[in-house]
Every structure is written in structure tokens, then in C-alpha cells.
Design a protein around this ligand. Structure first.
Ligand SMILES: Cc1ncc(COP(=O)(O)O)c(C=O)c1O
Length: 374
């Protein structure tokens, strides 16, 4: 037997998200860690899937089922020719890593970061350059630090808005500043917009609207339609670049699950017509308020999100392990989102895509635990 696997396998181990979910099960904890909804997807999506299984069952073209490209194009206001359907946003991001950079290149991204960004960059031999967000009484983008991080080796800027884990949304001015930097230094922009329909104040501006020639947008049906296990995501490419990106992704999964692509194609216009997204936002707003108010009542510092289904707060002096074992509430420690600098003191992330009952019970458990601990 050959002695060793490639050193690349050492880039990544069990993610903190899987670990916290495993510990949550082991300790009977309420899982406010990993970001997946605890409710089923909407009935119109499930119905569409039932009809599609047995009808749309064979390979689709690697750029995606034509009806899904059409439905996405209509929904996003872009051309179907510029869409590549992927196996979740995760594959969209890895296909872009394959397409845009490689050995010796640098990719500038913000810290805290979504966990996939780092290994995906490292696996193609590029170097992630992390720029910490500033945390005062809210999360702030440090544009000067972003500019300082750009070198002649930089190939791309990777940004996420609405932003996991901070829950912030970049303003139009901030996005314009990002585009200016990208134009000055001739960089691609990868804009991870998987939470594009999850906002609590003004809707986010799609970055591609400001620089269609250099922005790749990443989206996820899993996030929009509460079906994270279906693995349907997409990329909107700058005009003319979809065939090259499709060329890369066809050698990973070739195509995503055909009947589920068909179901999402059917569901996207229904979601718009029936006001599904405003209902989704309202239901998340209630859960966000429940969680934020509950944590604030315990005296914790909460950074209230304006988008996503995540909330960050400070719980200094407590480890995620202690919380899952003793309070029986699973959360994600801030350290999961930092690699180049220490996380802000006591930072934790809560996911509120859980039932109000679970959130209320988690709050009770935390309150009891904090009281006993004194
Ligand atoms: C910011 C961000 N990007 C991408 C993804 C991956 O999405 P998907 O489940 O569609 O692969 C997630 C999932 O949590 C995310 O939070």
C-alpha cells in the first residue's frame, strides 16, 4: 500500500460545525450551532419535487437544467447564458477557485470568514489573505486595511453580504469602494450572496449590478428555500464566462440532482408570486428578536444582525465545549471564523434558523447555567 495520502488532505479536518453538531447530539443539547433550518421546506417546493422524480431523472447539461437557468435568469434579472447551476453554493465556490486562481496567487477575503473559503483557496495552491473586520458596538468594514492587503499577486476579492457570521450587509457605498479597488488592481470579485433574501432592513444591493464585467455571484436554493440538503446552488458569471466555469465544474459533480433542479425551477416563480420571501423574513425577524432580547436580558453584548439567520454576541470566559456539556446549548465559537488574528474576546455565533420553542428553551438553559455559575 502506498505509505501516505497527499499532504493536501491535511489542509482540512472535521469542521467545528460538524463537531458541535456531534457534541450536541451526544449531550442532548439544543443545536444553535450549525446553520440549517429545523422546519421542512415549503409545501410548493416539496410538491414540485414529488412530480419531478420519475420525470426528470437523467443527467442534465453541466451548466444546469435549461428550465432552472431560465427561472434563475428571470428571478435575478440576468441572462440564462450567464448562469451555471452547481451542487450547492459550496461547489459554486470551489468551481470559482478552480476557474480564477492557482499556485502563487493571493485571494483577499474578510475575517471572520465562512469556513469553506480557506480550504478551497489552499486546495488550488493559492494563498488566502485575511483582512479582519473591525468590531466596535457593530461590525465595520475596514476599507483601508482591505486596500493594504492587495499586492501584485492578488487575483480576487471574496466578499459575503449578507454576511455569515456577522449578520451585517454592506452598504452601497462600501460595495462601490470594493468595486473601485477591484478595478484599480484588476481583480475578480466573488460575491457570496447566498442569504440574498434574508434581510431585516433595506434589501442588499447585488454586487454584480455595480460591476457586471468582474463580479461572480454565488447563490443557494438551499438557503432561499430552506432545503440545505438538496444541494442546488448557482453562479452568475460576467457575460461570456459561463462556458469556462462550466468546464471546470463538470469534472466535480457533472450536474446536480436533476429532479431537484426541476423542482427549484418550478418553485422560484411561485416563491415570488406567493410572497414566500417576505414571510420567511418575518418569521426569522421574530426568532432573531426572541434570541437577541433573551440574550440581552441576561446582560450579554449582542451584535444585532440585519441579514442572514446568524447572530453574534460576546460570552467571555466560556468555551463552546463547556456550553454544550453543561448548559446543553450548542453554539459556534468565534475562533471557527478566524485564522490570521485572534477572534474578538468571547465572540460566539448563534444560528436562529431553529423553532421558537427551541430558541426559548435554549435561552432558559443558558440563563439557568449563567445563574448557577454566578
Ligand atoms: C456564506 C455562506 N456561503 C456558502 C454557504 C454554502 O451554501 P450551500 O449549502 O448552498 O453549499 C453557506 C452555508 O452555510 C454560507 O453560510
Amino acid at each position: 500500500m502506498p505509505a501516505e495520502l497527499h499532504p493536501r488532505t491535511k489542509i482540512t479536518t472535521e469542521s467545528i460545525f460538524s463537531r458541535m453538531s456531534r457534541l450536541a447530539l451526544q449531550h442532548g443539547a439544543i443545536n444553535l450551532g450549525q446553520g440549517f433550518p429545523s422546519n421542512p421546506p415549503p409545501a410548493f417546493l416539496l410538491e414540485a419535487a414529488r412530480k419531478a422524480v420519475g420525470t426528470v431523472d437523467q443527467y442534465t447539461p453541466p451548466f444546469g437544467l435549461p428550465s432552472l437557468r431560465e427561472a434563475l435568469a428571470e428571478d435575478l434579472g440576468v441572462s440564462p447564458e450567464d448562469i451555471v447551476v452547481t451542487a450547492g453554493a459550496t461547489e459554486a465556490l470551489s468551481s470559482l477557485a478552480d476557474s480564477l486562481y492557482g499556485v502563487g496567487d493571493e485571494v483577499v477575503m474578510l475575517e471572520p470568514y465562512f469556513d469553506a473559503y480557506l480550504p478551497q483557496t489552499l486546495m488550488v495552491g493559492a494563498r488566502p489573505v485575511l483582512v479582519p473586520m473591525r468590531l466596535t458596538d457593530r461590525w465595520e468594514l475596514d476599507l483601508e486595511a482591505l486596500e493594504r492587503a492587495i499586492t501584485p499577486r492578488s487575483r480576487a476579492l471574496l466578499v459575503n453580504s449578507p454576511y455569515n457570521p456577522t449578520g451585517s450587509i454592506f452598504s452601497r457605498e462600501e460595495l462601490e469602494a470594493i468595486v473601485t479597488l477591484a478595478r484599480e488592481h484588476d481583480l475578480w470579485i466573488i460575491s457570496d450572496e447566498v442569504y440574498d433574501e434574508l434581510y431585516f432592513e433595506a434589501p442588499p444591493t447585488p454586487l454584480r449590478a455595480l460591476a457586471p464585467e468582474r463580479v461572480f455571484t454565488v447563490g443557494s436554493a438551499g438557503k432561499r428555500l430552506e432545503a440545505t440538503g438538496w444541494r442546488i446552488g448557482w453562479i452568475v458569471t460576467p457575460p461570456g464566462l459561463a462556458p469556462a466555469v462550466t468546464g471546470m465544474r463538470q469534472w466535480s459533480s457533472f450536474c446536480s440532482a436533476a429532479p431537484l433542479q426541476a423542482a427549484v425551477a418550478q418553485a422560484l416563480p411561485i416563491a415570488r408570486a406567493e410572497g414566500f420571501y417576505p414571510q420567511l423574513r418575518e418569521s426569522y425577524r421574530q426568532r432573531k428578536d426572541l434570541l437577541a432580547q433573551g440574550l440581552q436580558a441576561m446582560g450579554l453584548e449582542v451584535f444585532e444582525p440585519v441579514g442572514t439567520y446568524f447572530l453574534t454576541a460576546r460570552m467571555p470566559g466560556l468555551s463552546a465545549e463547556t456550553l454544550v456539556q453543561q448548559a446543553r446549548v450548542a453554539i459556534i465559537p468565534g475562533s471557527a471564523f478566524y485564522a490570521s488574528s485572534p477572534p474578538p474576546e468571547g465572540l460566539v455565533r448563534f444560528a436562529f434558523c431553529k423553532t421558537p420553542e427551541d430558541i426559548a428553551q435554549a435561552l432558559e438553559r443558558l440563563e439557568r447555567f449563567l445563574k448557577i455559575r454566578g
